[in-house]
Design a protein around this ligand. Structure first.
Ligand SMILES: *Cc1c(COP(=O)(O)O)cnc(C)c1O
Length: 859
């Protein structure tokens, strides 16, 4: 097939009427562009888009070419009959059939990623659900790409495949067909390595002679796959798979005895069901796995259970264990969906205890899920901490159709097999049943007839908890939330509360301003702007951001030691820390020839045991005049790097000096365009693609056209919109709180604090609060510049801020000692506070002292 083009007259004349020899030629031209097939779609950057004009039943895409051109699109693929757009300049590819061309391009794109694990999903129902759920469940561990919505057709599939990028680890794509011979094409484009066949229904039967034919056609998707997953309750799917003499391995689930994952029994409840499972299969590492498990699924309808089981089977194959899967399902469907009245919360308890709080329901299944969850948490704790004893506070079990004896016998068995060492039983049944007493005789036990009785014992010190893992599991009517309130650690004094939901909200807001393909690097330097880097990074990892950045190597090491797997850039790496950079898979920023040479020498030494080049990030100084190579120096950098394959450029970036101010627009634009020129030049010189990025938070909101491949989000994530004009879209993340240690009444004319700098103009009530400049409460807040929020009112600082304390004027406020005070947060804006002492929120955030406790919460 010949691809012809007519290029802009203003572009290279020699290229005019260029003949593309084949698909790879065209691919080179459009591989980084957004493909647009519908003139109504949102186009991120028109100059970076390519429009495919399709001739369909209802519309002819050629009619929209001029419209797209007017929008700024400059690359087009049309069919041969399309009119000659002589008067329009751009890249024109004319092909006999546009859809075929798109499919071929997508196939070629897929071939660029031979190591990508690709899950193909087909079947009559549930494809989209299974794809969505699977991606939710897998996203904590893998970088994923999936079909948008239900893009599963001859057109949707190539568009989905087009999104694959080098950093992806797993692709999940669905394929749907309505007539014979369609699947072969989709199979070629997707090339799934693993497959899920959901089920076969009657939809689209018209196109096929029989169900069998339809199944055979769909199975074409998996011709070259390693494995497929299906439910072997479906007789005709099973038959067709056997008949086709598959070269792939199968992993089946269902009721039949020969299923790899056999469902022995199902118990239904009002809002979920529990499957008793027996399994025996080989996972992706060819390890044999077998055992039994009680799996609780928060659905009652068969379709959801079927969708979920396909996902469970895939996760098992990929190496997850069932306890892990159960916990993911819990987080996914129960934790987030407040409508489902089941939840497990992890809390910090008194005396080094941890609490697992589930004070809503209590029946056998809910108890078994909670005990699993407890084991799961326990594994996480073993790192660095001594293993805690397991304690269970349990109310009567609610049951309707089983004899009490049987119920408590089962409970006793669960306690034994989960190695519970202490039991507190609350309720009449649990207290009195002899059989229960008998079967739990090895366990330390305490019984109470109601919650109040237990609380009294606890308050009077007759029962004590220390370094235990406590599961609090009670039916609602027992009001175990009162117990939780007593056992939860109360953080007194000065603390910084970090609202993780607000943080996620802010992340999503900034993502909504980005093109779908733009990556996000989040700056977690300086202890994540004072908020606590490991905790914030965990949330970001769960939210699938692409990169993290820290200032120093040790900050990166700290993140790795806390289970952060995301790529991490270190902005100021020093030579002594190169060992750690390598050991902890950190990626250094290289900003000078001195650093480049040091790292090259180091890499050459270390390379002995290393198969792949080390990633580096080049910093370019385009006007900040801080760190970075000069624009003139980059060519030399390129020459050095092309001679040394030990290092590979992962990204190049620059930093704007005045992104947040209109008056620097000309300067910023100059920085951005200079940067792009230099970055593109380097890419040409080195002959490979790398990430280019320039924008910080302020830049993201003001320079949308310069997002390039990635942006670097900082202060915005923490709730401050540096430009000020989008502040209303962000939520407050951090709240600095303290308490009033003492209240005094003083007489008119008395003075307060060092240097006697404040004098009472009237008889006054004053309070001393437990925060001073050693906690990061700036001394410039002295004498009225700082205000705190007490009982709904603002109280000004009086006198000088001391090292550990400050005094406030409480005159006219009805308040007692011990009352909580908000230093900044939603009620006292950190932005206004910063302004009042002529600084910026960054300084206030990062200045918060180490001794101030960080408390993280979700709402
Ligand atoms: C800190 C930092 C950022 C983030 O800046 P914000 O203004 O907080 O968004 C981006 N890039 C670099 C190089 C930085 O040092």
């Amino acid at each position: 097939m010949l691809y012809k083009s007519k290029e802009s007259k203003n572009m290279n004349q020699a290229n005019n009427n260029k003949i593309f020899q084949d698909i790879t030629d065209v691919y080179e031209f459009i591989k980084d562009k957004q493909i647009v097939t519908d003139s109504r779609s949102l186009i991120a950057v028109p100059s970076e888009a390519v429009f495919f004009a399709f001739k369909g039943k209802h519309a002819d895409g050629n009619q929209f070419v001029e419209e797209m051109y007017a929008k700024g699109v400059r690359a087009f693929v049309t069919n041969l009959e399309s009119s000659n757009f002589q008067h329009l300049e751009g890249l024109w590819v004319r092909v006999p059939h546009t859809l075929t061309a798109l499919q071929e391009l997508a196939t070629f794109h897929r071939l660029q990623f031979p190591h990508l694990e690709v899950i193909g999903i087909t079947g009559s129902n549930g494809k989209t659900m299974v794809k969505e759920w699977l991606s939710q469940l897998l996203q904590g561990k893998f970088s994923l790409v999936k079909s948008p919505k239900s893009y599963n057709s001859q057109l949707g599939v190539p568009l989905s495949i087009w999104q694959i990028k080098a950093h992806h680890q797993i692709g999940i794509f669905e394929a749907g067909i309505s007539k014979p011979a369609e699947m072969v094409k989709l199979a070629q484009i997707i090339q799934p390595t693993l497959g899920i066949f959901t089920n076969i229904g009657t939809a689209h039967d018209e196109g096929f002679h029989s169900r069998q034919e339809k199944i055979r056609e769909k199975l074409q998707l998996f011709q070259h796959s390693r494995l497929i997953i299906y439910c072997n309750n479906y007789e005709d799917i099973t038959q067709e798979i056997l008949k086709s003499k598959p070269t792939y391995q199968t992993l089946t689930w269902g009721r039949k005895a020969n299923a790899h994952i056999q469902i022995l029994n199902t118990e239904r409840h009002a809002n979920r069901q529990t499957l008793s499972i027996q399994y025996h299969f080989q996972n992706h590492l060819s390890q044999e796995k077998s055992g039994n498990y009680l799996l609780s699924l928060p659905f009652t309808d068969m379709a959801s259970v079927e969708n979920a089981m396909h996902c469970v089977a895939m996760l098992l194959y990929l190496g997850y264990d069932l306890a892990e899967i159960q916990s993911l399902i819990y987080q996914q469907f129960v934790g987030k969906n407040k409508a489902l009245p089941m939840r497990l919360e992890l809390k910090k308890g008194i005396h080094q205890c941890t609490l697992i709080d589930d004070t809503y329901t209590n029946d056998l299944q809910a108890l078994s899920v909670a005990l699993d969850f407890m084991n799961q948490q326990r594994q996480k704790q073993t790192f660095g901490q001594s293993l805690k004893h397991k304690t269970l506070i349990l109310s009567d079990i609610l049951h309707t159709n089983m004899a009490s004896e049987n119920v408590y016998q089962q409970v006793a068995r669960m306690l034994q097999s989960n190695a519970i060492s202490k039991l507190i039983g609350i309720g009449q049944d649990i207290r009195t049943l002899a059989v229960f007493q008998e079967e739990t005789k090895d366990i330390e036990k305490y019984f109470y007839s109601d919650t109040e009785e237990f609380i009294q014992d606890f308050l009077q010190g007759r029962i004590h908890f220390q370094n235990e893992q406590i599961l609090i599991k009670g039916a609602r009517k027992f009001q175990f939330d009162r117990i939780t309130a007593y056992l939860q650690e109360k953080v007194h004094g000065t603390r910084l509360e970090i609202n993780l939901d607000a943080l996620v909200h802010n992340l999503k807001f900034y993502k909504s301003l980005l093109k779908p393909q733009t990556k996000v690097m989040v700056m977690v330097k300086a202890f994540a702007y004072g908020s606590g880097s490991a905790e914030v990074a965990s949330v970001l990892q769960y939210q699938n951001v692409d990169y993290l950045a820290v200032a120093y190597t040790d900050e990166g090491v700290h993140l790795r030691e806390n289970g952060i797997r995301l790529p991490i850039m270190v902005m100021n790496p020093s030579e002594e820390t190169f060992d750690k950079i390598i050991q902890y898979r950190l990626e250094p920023e290289i900003y000078s020839f001195r650093l480049l040479k040091q790292f090259l020498n180091y890499a050459k030494m270390a390379q002995i045991n290393m198969a792949t080049p080390l990633p580096i990030h080049l910093k370019l100084d385009t006007g900040m005049r801080r760190l970075g190579f000069e624009v003139m120096e980059i060519e030399e950098v390129g020459k050095i790097l092309s001679q040394h394959t030990a290092l590979k450029v992962a990204s190049i970036f620059t930093h704007l000096a005045g992104a947040d101010e209109e008056r620097h627009n000309t300067f910023s634009l100059q920085q951005l365009t200079n940067f792009q020129k230099v970055a593109n030049g380097l890419e040409n010189l080195l002959g490979y693609h790398f990430i280019k990025h320039a924008l910080n938070s302020a830049g993201i909101t003001r320079w949308a056209d310069y997002q390039m491949d990635m942006v670097r989000l900082g202060i915005g994530l923490y709730g401050v919109e540096a430009n000020g004009f989008l502040q209303q879209h962000l939520q407050n993340v951090t709240t600095l709180k303290t308490t009033i240690s003492q209240i005094k009444n003083i007489k008119k004319g008395e003075t307060v604090g060092y240097g006697r700098r404040w004098e009472a103009q009237q008889d006054s009530k004053i309070g001393t609060i437990a925060i001073g400049y050693a906690d990061g409460y700036d001394r410039r807040f002295s004498n009225g510049l700082g205000k705190v929020f007490v009982k709904g009112k603002l109280a000004p600082i009086i006198g000088s801020v001391c090292m550990d304390m400050s005094m406030i004027d409480l005159t006219g406020i009805d308040v007692e000692e011990g009352e909580e005070v908000i230093v900044f947060g939603k009620e006292v804006s950190v932005i206004d506070l910063a302004k009042s002492i002529n600084t910026i929120p960054y300084e206030l955030f990062t200045g918060i002292g180490e001794r101030v406790k960080r408390v993280f919460f979700t709402e």
